[in-house]
Ligand binder design. Structure first.
Ligand SMILES: Cc1ncc(COP(=O)(O)O)c(C=O)c1O
Length: 380
């Protein structure tokens, strides 16, 4: 199916009609174990649902196709996927370069969990490949990139940083959660592994928590699949089905998210109470050209800084109505949040601390006129 376009793959890859009934949607195989025809006689290769489950397989094949990889693996959350990856590729004494504006939970995983197991890390502005090179050590095994980043919407040139990582014998991991594979395909740009919180745009409806890894490296895929089973944080059948259902409309949703976010960013740029708008679609954004090169459009996430500091930013979050105050992102409904006190509170006091006057929007697919009106009212 590799000759087909993204929109077609999203609906059909891994989604063969059910062999037994013809059901056009893969069923939810809500089951833990499978009858064997004699000891070791597996009917469809399935023996126990931690190891593999047909609904999860359908999602995993779909994810691999959408990212242009050879293997996808689905997990219970984005952080479970990240944990599986880092425990597969790192051993004590190894070193990782992480971005200076990673998702707070990713930072916490390295700083509070992996570090206890002897994994060393340092921080770089991954938007600058020279800064990444400066952090490389003999035992650097992974360079971690998030582009666009959460919550500062920083842009990293994936091709350039892939070359830096490769030159040092390290793997490049790209968290593609903000862009989704519809907007950006890191494996084609030289990344070794793509990470997703499928909770976000892939699921798209704020009704499931999930994660994924995709790679084209067959040997690494085998090791990851071994650890997925050995560690056990798999996506359950119903969660896999929900993500699959979301993915079918990913392309049309992302087009609308991007179009609405562009209008929101343009309005905010003009607003007297806004001191800075962080959106890669704006020509003033330092990563605009790189984003235009490696992304189909600029996505649905917009951050901005509010005149009057932290309390003023918190007030804007509290006053918004149509933009629901809440963590997470990537659903059809618009969300607003204060990263410093909410999603990125765990980065307080670290090199990844975010500005107090920052507000983050996940621009949904409602009427953009209603969204603009709500934001203008919230800004006062
Ligand atoms: C960019 C990014 N990566 C990873 C994660 C972690 O994913 P999950 O919450 O599904 O564990 C998040 C969650 O907000 C995220 O925004």
């Amino acid at each position: 199916m590799s000759h087909q376009h993204f929109e077609t793959l999203a609906i059909h890859a891994g989604q063969e009609p059910d062999a037994a009934t013809g059901a056009v949607v893969p069923p939810i195989h809500q089951v833990s174990t499978y009858k064997q025809d004699g000891v070791g006689g597996l009917r469809g290769g399935y023996e126990y649902s931690r190891s593999a489950n047909p609904t999860r397989t359908a999602l995993e094949e779909n994810l691999a196709a959408l990212e242009g990889g050879s293997r996808g693996l689905a997990f219970a959350s984005g952080l479970a996927a990240e944990d599986c990856l880092l425990r597969t590729v790192l051993t004590p004494g190894d070193h990782v370069v992480i971005p200076n504006d990673a998702y707070g939970g990713t930072f916490r995983l390295f700083a509070k969990v992996a570090q206890r197991w002897g994994v060393e890390w340092s921080v770089a502005d991954t938007a600058d490949p020279t800064a990444v090179r400066a952090q490389l050590r003999d035992r650097t095994k992974v360079v971690w990139v998030e582009t666009p980043s959460n919550p500062l919407l920083g842009i990293t040139d994936i091709e350039q940083v892939a070359a830096v990582a490769r030159g040092a014998g390290a793997r490049l991991v790209v968290d593609n959660t903000f862009a989704s594979p519809y907007l950006q395909q890191p494996l084609a740009l030289g990344a070794d592994v793509v990470v997703h919180s499928t909770t976000k745009y892939m699921g798209g409806h704020s009704d499931v928590v999930g994660g994924a890894l995709v790679t084209s490296d067959a040997a690494l895929a085998e090791e990851l699949a071994f650890h997925q089973n050995a560690m056990g944080a798999i996506a359950g059948p119903f969660d896999s089905w929900l993500v699959m259902r979301g993915v079918k409309t990913l392309a049309v949703r992302m087009d609308r998210h991007s179009a609405n976010a562009e209008r929101v960013a343009e309005m905010l740029v003009q607003h007297p109470k806004v001191t800075e708008v962080l959106y890669p679609g704006l020509e003033s954004h330092p990563g605009h050209e790189v984003a235009a090169k490696q992304m189909r459009s600029f996505g649905g996430m917009v951050s901005f800084r509010v005149a009057g500091g932290e309390e003023a930013a918190v007030e804007v979050c509290n006053r918004a109505e149509l933009f629901t105050l809440g963590e997470s992102l990537g659903g059809v409904e618009s969300l607003i949040e204060h990263p410093g006190r909410m999603t990125h509170a765990s980065a307080a006091g670290s090199l990844l601390e975010v500005p107090g006057d920052l507000v983050r929007l996940s621009v949904g697919i409602e009427s953009v006129d209603d969204l603009l009106e709500d934001l203008r009212a919230a800004l006062g």
